[in-house]
Design a protein around this ligand. Structure first.
Ligand code: B12
Length: 229
């Protein structure tokens, strides 16, 4: 869609600070109350609204929406999986399904936003694992940033996990051992998955509140109706 060889991209995410803003809108919006995934609907609407008025031609890919199995960035341009097994297709129930999620976590590492831990969480220098990715916007503007020292074809990288003793890994092994996890099964052992994130020594002051944790891990939409939430 965008003709330029290297376009400027904006990677959008959020920390825990999004939560009170989302709750306020949720309480006032009949549409959000009808949605099965209110936070995804909320971020989609907000991001679309910002770029609706954008004069520059652009394309938005959302973190929660599957795309045709044609990754717009060449795999060779992505950081190596560092010996990790490729489980990215495991989530597919229908073998004829040719859609896939966009590899946002690798993009986060590729862009220099965050490292990618061996427990499959992006680790940000400030927020640690306590942030979410939402969308990437590709703008029809030539990419101009020229870094002094490109690393193996990467724009830049942030190295956090290589020097860490990786306290997340024992917890990851426990969580991942409980059957091949899928979205609807995550809530059955959500405490184990939470322990993986909680073990990271980075970004503790940005840990989500208990309500936000329950929403993300237990998929408890009813928590949003709670007046104290
Ligand atoms: C499917 C999915 C899952 C599946 C993973 C299934 C699987 N075997 O891959 C399940 C349901 C298990 C899961 C769990 C969780 N997820 Co999830 N998930 C996704 C999603 C929607 C797509 C991943 C994907 O298929 N990418 C496409 C493929 C082609 O990319 P890939 O680079 O080849 O493969 C990546 C993933 O598949 C993953 N991966 C590969 N094998 C395995 C195996 C296991 C056991 C896990 C957990 C992950 C994993 O790592 C690869 C490198 O990034 C992403 C959003 C996105 N679009 O990236 C969120 C995402 C990765 N998840 C996220 C989160 C937060 C979680 C949870 C903590 C629960 C939650 N929703 O809050 C848990 C626990 C994760 C953990 N590591 O502790 C965040 C991570 C944020 C961060 N700071 O890193 C993301 C980016 C969503 C977001 N909006 O921010 N998730």
């Amino acid at each position: 869609m965008l003709a330029k060889k290297e376009t400027l991209g904006l990677l959008i995410g959020n920390s825990k600070h999004l939560w009170p803003l989302f709750l306020k809108d949720y309480k006032e919006s009949a549409d959000l109350k009808k949605s099965h995934h209110p936070l995804d609907s909320y971020t989609t609407c907000k991001i679309n609204k910002i770029f609706d008025n954008f004069k520059v031609q652009h394309k938005i890919i959302f973190v929660h929406r599957k795309i045709q199995n044609k990754i717009p960035i060449p795999r060779s341009a992505l950081p190596p999986r560092d010996g990790r097994e490729d489980h990215s297709q495991d989530d597919k129930r229908n073998p004829r399904d040719d859609t896939t999620y966009f590899p946002f976590q690798r993009l986060a590492r590729f862009s220099g936003l965050a490292d990618l831990s061996p427990s499959f969480l992006n680790i940000h220098p400030t927020f640690g694992p306590w942030f979410a990715l939402r969308a990437v916007v590709s703008l029809n503007i030539e990419y101009m940033l020229r870094l002094p020292r490109p690393v193996q074809g990467l724009a830049m990288t942030v190295e956090i996990c290589s020097a860490c003793s990786k306290p997340c890994m024992p917890f990851f092994k426990i969580a991942a051992a409980v059957k091949q996890p899928r979205n609807d099964e995550l809530k059955n052992n959500w405490k184990q998955w939470l322990a993986v994130r909680g073990a990271c020594p980075m970004g503790n002051e940005y840990r989500y509140t208990q309500d936000q944790i329950k929403y993300h891990y237990k998929k408890e939409i009813s928590i949003l109706q709670n007046d104290n939430c």
